[in-house]
Design a protein around this ligand. Sequence first.
Ligand code: NAP
Ligand code: G4F
Length: 325
Amino acid sequence: MKRALITGITGQDGSYLTELLLGKGYEVHGIIRRSSTFNTGRIDHLYQDPHERDQRLVLHYGDLTDSSRLVTLIEKVRPDEVYHLAAQSHVRVSFDEPEYTGNTTGVGTARLLEAIRMVGVDTRYYQASSSEMFGATPPPQNEDTPFYPRSPYGAAKVYGYWMARNYREAHDLFAVNGILFNHESPRRGETFVTRKIARAAARIKAGLEQHVYLGNLDAVRDWGYAQEYVEGMWRMLQAPEPADYVLATGTATTVREFTQYCFERVGLDWEEHVRFDETYLRPTEVDALIGDASKAQRDLGWKAQTMPEQLAHLMVDADLAALQK
Ligand code: NAP
Ligand code: G4F
């Protein structure tokens, strides 16, 4: 039985990846942060009583800022595969908390890689790199596109990217960068724009609120479905050689268009319900991200199936269903 260690297991991607790996027969270990309220809502349906025999999902307390704990966990779990997904992942928040974002999203990666090197465990390592690293470089973007980050988050991810590359080249670690374009789902955090809009459309339809406040509607993103992207992460670690891959749909959609898709789904005119709030603007914006995932299709047989309009619909439907419950 293969053993995987996932940082960020309580996040959107962590939850889908855990489902995928358990389905493939893995023993899955996840690192969770201590919090004063439960933070395992996305993986509760996968929980197994630790007193049961054959428990295949094991959770450990830990934090990216705590290097000795990372060493202890790598030593204890001795994983065959490490999926490093944990991060302060919100771009707008990274302008408010640049130092914390650098410490977790950037240096946290160095701590984890160094823990793997120090323990000397034979493992394969996935780094959650981001299309946000391309920043101001115009689309289409692929694995050879130069980075020009436009946020503290993007800058921290560029550091993490190069650390993973360096451990591959300097220490012969099987380390890969998945350069993932935006991927969304009903499990997406409520303050990312797609979920914020989908949830608002559902709540407005249900009569619970009247308006949603948004920032820049002109930004272009390449939005895919998170459940499909975790399959791509897994495939990267099964490849014969370590390499870096873009995962994307190749489809350009503005925030305005995504809003229209969501409100149309519930039979409403979005222009009557969307208001502008400059709080949601960023000091520097990433205008357009459109990925070219042809390398992943060629080498890994991975291709996005769900396109943005369909994604908007499934997210609104899920938020409506949750309200009806
Ligand atoms: P997410 O939902 O925000 O999840 C982030 C995870 O990291 C959560 O489990 C969170 O724990 C954990 N975490 C945050 N700070 C931590 C710390 N100091 N120590 C330990 N754990 C910590 O993110 P996601 O959308 O699943 O994305 C997964 C990864 O892919 C992230 O690294 C993100 O930056 C990257 N990425 C995402 C996208 C995308 O479109 N979703 C695209 C490219 C790259 P709590 O639950 O306790 O907060
Ligand atoms: O949903 P967003 O906050 O995602 P963003 O900034 O593209 O970052 C996400 O994708 C990255 C991959 O490129 C990940 F690495 C990162 O972790 C995260 O998952 O914003 C998308 C766009 C932006 O242009 C933003 O300015 O939507 C615009 N926007 C307009 N109004 C808004 C809002 N964004 C948010 N969060 N909230 C708004 O009200």
